[in-house]
Write a protein that binds this ligand. Structure first.
Ligand code: UN1
Length: 500
């Protein structure tokens, strides 16, 4: 299937995708694969207006019926998993297994949301007044703005989208400028589900293509009570401030600088496999990518030798080839950031293994790199930065307290893990004095979370929680209701007020 056939299979018109003002390039070879039309401020405004109009109707549709639309969408995704997964790979560069995995993550969250559509429960609360009942009701919140990043071009949107739709909220989606095609494909697939559903309001879902000015406009727009943003810390900070200025809600999933502690009792065979997947998956461009390895001095040399050997033979190349484990970085800027980080690490006394560009002659406009292992004498400032590339900094430790101290001594707080077979260490790591991250794992890596849990983290990661668990509450408004079924009017707090 060539690219045009792939786009057509996903419901897009290849001819219309040749005439837009934004060039889309595949990181596989740097070639232009489409030109999509961007939205200006007026285009975005009309999409938000349509979403607001859709909200007026959609909030009255019973939640289980709203779930039915997401059920149909998940069926559409199941039918198109291979095609959409391939487009993710072509546009983003992650290996096909991961492109498919990303679509599976969409299917999983849809299934979760369908079940949730019958479980948007509120509490019943004991009233202190006789003849009274208190309860909570969850209502749809309003149209939601979603800003997503190139690295998970479809899954992270779907976490927001599937939940928002069952909660009664239309979504205006601003995808990364680097991955607009997959977003347009999701919209086309959703429109198929809408067609099958029959009777959904127009404007329930829309995609606005463009750069940072659209982020700013979404953040400032009072018609969007919630803006969910995934991406860099500077982007999130700007969005959060603009949303806060109008006292709206922001749900942020920003940077991660994720660590793994390797204790002396760790199963090193398991650890090596987990490290490889967590470092080189998505070419180091996941928010959850493993970036810091904190290894007990007793096992440091043995582990380093095994990792350097494993890295040397890791297949790097086209993400469409089934044997490849590391695809390209997204673009030249990503490569430059990686090279600059490695230069800084060297200046700080680090010893770098790997990290060089490969296949540059064959692909002058694509950026394939050998993942880097960097032995660091200390956790210097470059280690505390999130560089979106496959760089693993290795640090040593002697006591678990020191290891946890290192793990927590960075501005980000997304994902973390420990490899240990010592119950005391594992439980300490998971306790209040352990990892300060939103995700803390034992004997698995920090990446590759399932959708059933709440996803997000603390500190500069932004504090938001998306996906499973009770994350849905962010997409609804809670009303506390007190109902008096007595013939009296007792006041709370025992106040006597004999008026009338
Ligand atoms: C992200 O990188 O923004 O846990 C999301 C993971 C994936 C999601 C990553 N399920 O690695």
């Amino acid at each position: 299937m060539n690219n045009d056939e792939l786009l057509a299979a996903l419901g897009l018109d290849p001819a219309r995708l040749r005439v837009g003002d934004l060039a889309v390039r595949s990181p596989i070879d740097g070639a232009e694969i489409a030109r999509v039309a961007t939205d200006d401020a007026r285009g975005l405004d009309s999409k938000i207006a349509r979403a607001a109009a859709a909200f007026a109707a959609w909030r009255t549709v019973p939640a289980p019926r709203r779930g039915e639309l997401i059920r149909l969408f998940s069926e559409t995704l199941r039918r198109n998993k291979a095609a959409l997964g391939r487009l993710v790979t072509i546009e983003n560069g992650k290996i096909l297994q991961e492109g498919l995995g990303e679509v599976q993550e969409m299917i999983d969250i849809c299934d979760f949301a369908v079940g949730l559509s019958r479980q948007l429960y509120g509490l019943t609360i004991a009233s202190e007044r006789p003849g009274h009942r208190m309860m909570e009701t969850w209502h749809p919140l309003g149209p939601i703005g979603v800003i997503s990043a190139f690295n998970f071009p479809v899954a992270v949107w779907s976490w927001n989208f599937a939940i928002a739709i069952v909660c009664g909220d239309p979504v205006v989606w601003k995808p990364s400028e680097k991955t607009p095609l997959t977003a347009l494909a999701c919209q086309a697939l959703f429109e198929r589900a809408v067609h099958e559903f029959g009777g959904a309001p127009d404007g329930l879902s829309s995609v606005a293509i463009g750069g940072g000015s659209l982020d700013a406009a979404l953040a400032a727009d009072r018609r969007l009570p919630l803006v969910s943003a995934t991406g860099s810390v500077p982007m999130g900070r700007a969005v959060a401030q603009a949303v806060a200025a109008r006292l709206g809600r922001a749900l942020l999933e920003l940077g991660g600088n994720n660590a793994m502690i390797i204790a002396p009792s760790a199963d090193l065979d398991l650890a090596v496999r987990a490290i490889l997947y967590a470092v080189v998956g998505t070419a180091g461009q996941r928010c959850t990518t493993l970036r810091r390895l904190i290894v007990h001095e007793d096992v440091r040399d043995a582990l380093r030798r095994r990792l350097v050997a494993a890295y040397a033979s890791i297949p790097i190349g086209s993400p469409l080839d089934p044997g490849t484990l590391v695809g390209p970085l997204i673009d030249a800027r990503a490569f430059e950031a990686m090279a600059a980080a490695l230069a800084r690490a060297r200046r700080d006394g680090g010893t770098v293994h790997g990290g060089e560009r490969v296949a540059a002659a064959r692909h002058p406009d694509a950026y394939y790199v050998r993942p880097a292992i960097v032995e660091m004498p200390a956790q210097t400032s470059i280690v505390a930065d999130e560089t979106f590339a496959p760089i693993l900094y290795v640090l040593g430790y002697r006591t678990l307290d020191a290891a946890i101290g290192l793990q927590n001594a960075v501005p980000q707080g997304l994902a973390s893990s420990i490899f240990t077979n010592d119950l005391r260490e594992a439980e300490t790591f998971l306790s209040a004095v352990g990892s300060d991250c939103g995700i803390a794992n034992v004997n698995i890596g920090p990446s590759g979370a399932e959708i059933g849990g709440a996803f997000g983290g603390e500190k500069e990661t932004g504090g938001g929680r998306e996906s499973g668990s009770d994350s849905w509450k962010a997409y609804m408004r809670r009303a506390t209701n007190t109902i008096n079924y007595s013939r009296d009017l007792p006041l709370a707090q025992g106040i006597v007020f004999p008026a009338g």
